[in-house]
Design a protein around this ligand. Structure first.
Ligand code: ADP
Ligand code: ZN
Length: 803
């Protein structure tokens, strides 16, 4: 018998191996160890067959799992992802499983029923090992074992004193257990009340007589009992112990107070009727829920999840990483308690593994998570929700470069469920899908809370408006609005999509700017660390006193602004205001975001200054003013989505204002007040935006009218990068037969990252399938495309960024 194995390598093929005779039959989804070239590798069984078309097929070395670690539906889903995004199946599996597949093997040693006798001739240095339940090769090596010691260990293994288990190092997370104790036989001890000074043994037995089951660690702490006492009681057969699995939790212990479901408004009810019908029908149907910020989309999701549970099905809720905050998670936990499991990247391996296990074991029926949660092992799926479906973070920036939103829709299709894509600013792709009938459009045109209205938005033309003296980046109008807001004891959010102090450092003599050595980007000055940092590769260096270009000793000029500078300026204008800066530099630790939110919620801060982190998901009723310092930052990027992104970002951040009863005000400072992104964001008029944007996309043959892929040819050698791209274009043209459009090659907008030059070719066609077909052919010929080490040709299907 033969098995097909997916390995974690960037090759789009699976490999045949022979299944050893006499082994139990292989199951799809089990991990195995196989020889690959001159190494051993871990892979997953993805196929079983009687015959292999290859002659010399090697044998599987070891089976690593008793049971499959992934179910058939997810195997199929990962296969589809690998095929669509043109990457290795093993790579997708690696991304889909918590802790991945694991690559290295590590041996772990456990003592058998008895241990070697310490009193015999056992060298002293092993006493530490004797006390350990289990130890690794690492522990062993630290003892600097001699050849004789090695023999000794081997004899332990041979005689069964010692057992060895092999683990995959990458899959570090293991099942965690805790020890419990209970009485087995009544003790013969006298436990009379009279004795005033009880021994530890007596107290321990008393406690066990009172409560039948006791958690060992708490008991140990309670009476300071040593482990030896427990061991002795076990040996006397007075007590017995057992291990029980516990689940590590990222969320705070204990549940929030449960709350009831809101009565749906009329608009919500109209939307809900259709969703409910679809859930009942148990077939695939996709809804695009377009609802303005604060229109009660989340309440609709909550209703849908409740219905889904009533139908005895499970639900998957995807949200962008940064909206995955306790605020949102609690709304689900208030209604559904511990049926909710959360998956996100801030969790450590153990927490993620355990939340994943709770889903797999069926203890949790609702998985809420960021992108990679599309692979959550939910059985009997009944609903998929994709909140903020337009969000860029759904697309993975490295291989496998999948678009989580689209994979989630595919999963819903595959498992015949309802899927809801929600947003106040849907992606143009999804909007077009609702026009062509692929998605069913649902609208929530106004805010849900009675009295809450969409805020007033004003555009402030930076070219004309007077500036605040001493604070070049603030108009007088914005400062005045802040003053009023503070006077009224309300809160404000200021948004600037750039962290650091100043994005450009320039020599006043030669006008040269200081760039990263490794990347073609200017270094950003960070005041808090007094360093210049590259935002692409994280390189940093000290602030120069001498211009590295012309050698003049001079004070460098700082050009432009970032959140640090804005914070500093504000301290001057409003010395009494309590400020909070929220960007990647101030987020320390996995609970930082929620702690910051807590501060805003409880009005410990008056003004929040931040990057994209402040634009999403937050719902603070006392925030009545939103200021955008420079709306144009993303507008002139060489990317066809720049208008769309700017519109979305501005509309979302505007949506943070006036969510409670107090009305909100939004001031947007810009140099492009006549751009359609800004004008429509001002009116918060999505339809008007798409009606202007769609014809542009059609005219320039951009998505959603064409499928797009970007190919990057990367090399340390600039000429090689260019030559690869030229050959690729040549090959594409000769294979295309007029079916694809090729653009380029051209230098990528960021021409160098990490010392590697990047040339880009764009491919457009009527479908992604066609692009893949022709790309695959073009890799083979007619001009040879041979990458040496450190060179790369990267295909990105449906790219989110063209930088
Ligand atoms: P969205 O997800 O569209 O931003 P939310 O679901 O967060 O909107 O709702 C915005 C606010 O309106 C929340 O405070 C929510 O509790 C409230 N809300 C939503 N639906 C209702 C309803 N049917 N009745 C009363 N309040 C509601
Ligand atoms: Zn760099």
């Amino acid at each position: 018998m033969f098995v097909e194995i997916a390995l974690v390598i960037p090759l789009r093929q699976v490999f045949d191996y022979q299944w050893p005779a006499g082994w139990n039959g292989p199951k799809l989804g089990q991990r195995v160890l196989v020889p690959f070239r001159r190494q051993k590798k871990c892979g997953l069984i993805v196929g079983v067959k009687e015959k292999s078309e290859f002659d010399s097929v090697r044998q599987v070395l070891a089976l690593l799992d008793e049971h499959p670690i992934i179910n058939k539906e997810l195997l199929e889903l990962t296969r589809w992802v690998a095929e669509y995004y043109f990457c290795g199946w093993g790579e997708v599996l690696q991304a889909a499983l918590p802790g991945g597949l694991g690559v290295h093997l590590q041996s772990e040693y456990l003592w058998g029923l008895s241990r070697p006798d310490q009193n015999s001739d056992l060298p002293e240095k092993f006493s530490g090992l004797l006390e350990k339940e289990r130890w690794t090769d690492q522990d062993w090596k630290e003892l600097k074992p001699s050849a004789v010691d090695e023999e000794l260990r081997q004899s332990w293994l041979d005689s069964g004193f010692l057992k060895v288990q092999r683990h995959l190092v990458q899959q570090r997370a293991k099942i965690k257990t805790e020890r419990w104790v209970r009485l087995k036989n009544s003790p013969s001890d006298k436990l009379g009340k009279s004795s005033r000074k009880k021994t530890k043994r007596q107290r321990l037995l008393e406690i066990l007589l009172e409560r039948d089951l006791v958690h060992w660690l708490s008991l140990r702490d309670e009476i300071k009992a040593p482990a030896s006492l427990l061991k002795q009681l076990v040996e006397e057969q007075v007590v017995e112990t057992f291990e029980e699995r516990v689940f590590r939790r990222f969320l705070p212990q204990g549940l929030p107070v449960s709350t009831g479901f809101q009565r749906l408004s009329e608009d919500q009810q109209n939307v809900w009727t259709l969703i409910e019908q679809s859930l009942d029908s148990k077939t695939y149907k996709a809804f695009l829920l377009h609802g303005v910020t604060g229109s009660g989309k989340t309440e609709v999701y909550l209703h849908a999840v409740r219905k889904c549970l009533e139908l005895e099905k499970t639900a998957l809720v995807l949200v962008p990483e940064i909206s995955l905050t306790p605020q949102l998670v609690n709304r689900f936990r208030e209604r559904f308690g511990d049926l909710v499991a959360v998956l996100h990247s801030g969790m450590d391996d153990g927490e993620r593994f355990d939340e994943w296990s709770r889903i797999q074991l069926g203890q949790a029926k609702i998985a809420i998570g960021a992108r990679s949660a599309i692979f959550a092992p939910l059985q009997n799926l009944g609903l998929v929700v994709i909140d903020e479906e337009h969000d860029q973070s759904y697309k993975q920036g490295e291989s496998p470069r999948y678009q989580g939103r689209d994979v989630a829709v595919y999963r819903a299709f595959q498992e015949k469920t309802t899927v809801i894509l929600g947003s106040a600013t849907p992606s143009i792709e999804s909007w077009q899908n609702s026009k062509t009938g692929k998605y069913h459009l649902l609208e929530l045109p106004s805010r849900a809370l009675t009295g809450a209205k969409l805020p007033e938005v004003e555009l402030l033309d930076l070219r004309q408006q007077p500036r605040q003296s001493g604070c070049y980046f603030f108009t007088k109008e914005l400062v005045e609005a802040l003053r009023i807001c503070l006077q009224k004891k309300e809160q404000a959010i200021l948004f600037l999509n750039r962290r650091g102090y100043a994005p450009v450092v320039q020599c006043p003599e030669c006008e040269n700017t200081i760039n990263c050595d490794a990347c073609s980007l200017s270094l950003v000055y960070h005041q808090s660390s007094e360093k210049l940092c590259c935002h692409q590769c994280d390189h940093n260096q000290t602030f120069p006193k001498i211009c590295p270009n012309c050698g003049t000793r001079t004070a460098m000029r700082l050009v432009g602004t970032g959140t640090e500078q804005i914070e500093q300026d504000l301290r001057v204008v409003f010395p009494d205001a309590r400020l909070l800066r929220m960007d990647r530099d101030t987020l320390h630790g996995k609970h930082a975001l929620s702690e910051m939110q807590q501060k805003i919620q409880s009005h410990e801060v008056d003004i929040v200054i931040g990057t994209q982190l402040v634009t999403k998901g937050h719902d603070f009723p006392n925030v009545t003013l939103v200021g955008v310092l420079l709306a144009d930052l993303g507008l002139n990027l060489p990317d066809f989505r720049s208008a769309e992104r700017t519109f979305q970002l501005l509309t979302q951040v505007a949506g943070r204002a006036g969510r409670g009863e107090k009305p909100g005000r939004v001031l947007i400072q810009t140099n492009n007040p006549h751009h359609h992104s800004l004008l429509t964001a001002q009116l918060q008029d999505y339809t008007s935006f798409v009606n202007q944007e769609l014809p542009l996309r059609e005219r320039f043959r951009q998505p959603p009218f064409m499928s797009l892929a970007s190919v990057l040819c990367i090399s340390r050698d600039e000429h090689r990068a260019k030559d690869l791209a030229l050959s690729l274009r040549q090959n594409l043209r000769s294979n295309a037969q007029g079916q694809v459009i090729c653009q380029g090659p051209a230098e990528a907008p960021i021409r160098r990252i990490n010392h590697r030059f990047r040339w880009q070719v764009l491919i457009k066609a009527s479908s992604a399938g066609l692009i893949r077909k022709i790309f695959e052919k073009s890799l083979l010929g007619p001009e040879p495309l041979i990458c040496s080490r450190e060179e790369n040709i990267i295909l990105d299907i449906d790219p989110q960024h063209l930088m």
